[in-house]
Design a protein around this ligand. Sequence first.
Ligand SMILES: Nc1ncnc2c1ncn2[C@@H]1O[C@H](COP(=O)(O)OP(=O)(O)OP(=O)(O)O)[C@@H](O)[C@H]1O
Ligand SMILES: [Mg+2]
Length: 356
Amino acid sequence: MKRISHFLAINRLSILPLTATISAIAIFILDTVTDLEIAAAVFYVAVVLMSVSFCQKRGVLLVGAACIVLTILSYFLTRSGSPQAGLVNCVISIAAIAATTYLVLKIDSAKVAVYEARAQLAHIARVTTFGELTASIAHEVNQPLAAVVTNGNAGLRWLTNQPANIEKTKQTLERIVREANRAGEIVGRIRNLARKAAPQNERFDFNETVLETIALTLSEIQRNHVSLNTELQDDLPSVFGDRIQLQQVVLNLIVNAIEATAAMEDGPHDLLVRTTNDNSRAVSFSVHDTGAGLESNKLNRVFDAFYTTRPDGMGMGLAISRSIVEAHGGRIWATPNEPRGAIFRFELPIREASVP
Ligand SMILES: Nc1ncnc2c1ncn2[C@@H]1O[C@H](COP(=O)(O)OP(=O)(O)OP(=O)(O)O)[C@@H](O)[C@H]1O
Ligand SMILES: [Mg+2]
């Protein structure tokens, strides 16, 4: 829960605690030096509202309580004005602060609930995508396993030769270890993606994540006779957010592009995956395909939930991708590709490090 709230607070500025403290002090002074008839204490609700941006639940409660204590203290310290009017104002201000604190906490809990629901939906969609990729993944794991068997047999032959060739046996054993590690890595990547983890907030190498995702789709790319090019910018600034969720977006876009390109009978079957940070404030990822493309009135509609033109599609891939990208403060959109096809692109803002 703490992590999720933290994640919601990615973009909040660190000057807010200072602003809130200065505001509280200013309101306290104003409330104390003005007449009791002036209900300056109601402005404490602004302090409570600000506190949501940098406090956990308990912190907001403490801020609310502190504002109430300051209101009461001002009432006793104020020298001028009618005590009756002052008491009424004091009660009204306390009620306003208490109600704001309560509502703000309610809204925050609702936000966390929405966040959890979205994460669950994203997880379901991720596992569903695996269903589509099963054949491809099985092939991917099978390749190193086949290499292990071939090398194992070769090693046995080198050993049973007269005299046994120890050097060649050693080489085949090294190859077996390498291939077995490769199979392990593929399974590890799938387990990572299938894991039902709480949203994470971490800094990671975006190009590496893109390459890992491509590795999961390679057999699908080959099976559909699509040729893949990658242009991953060197020295790309690291990205801050939930690595698994962003990997899911990359996977959705690549799978969609493969499907769109594979559906074309003739013409080029090219796919380009690119990362850049031309715009120095954002990291950009794009997939350029040579499928049928999108009519201009569909460029936005494709991101709607349940919009699909595929008989076995759920129409959730792009909707989930958009909600993930937007939760990271980024944006995602589609444009036509030349001479045919579509370009799906998303941008993520480059953030200052703020380790959770
Ligand atoms: N690269 C693309 N080229 C052309 N059309 C596309 C492309 N990507 C998506 N679309 C269109 O957008 C629709 C919605 O895509 P989305 O990924 O949300 O759902 P889906 O692929 O149909 O199903 P799933 O939920 O299983 O991913 C697709 O059915 C397709 O019509
Ligand atoms: Mg899809």
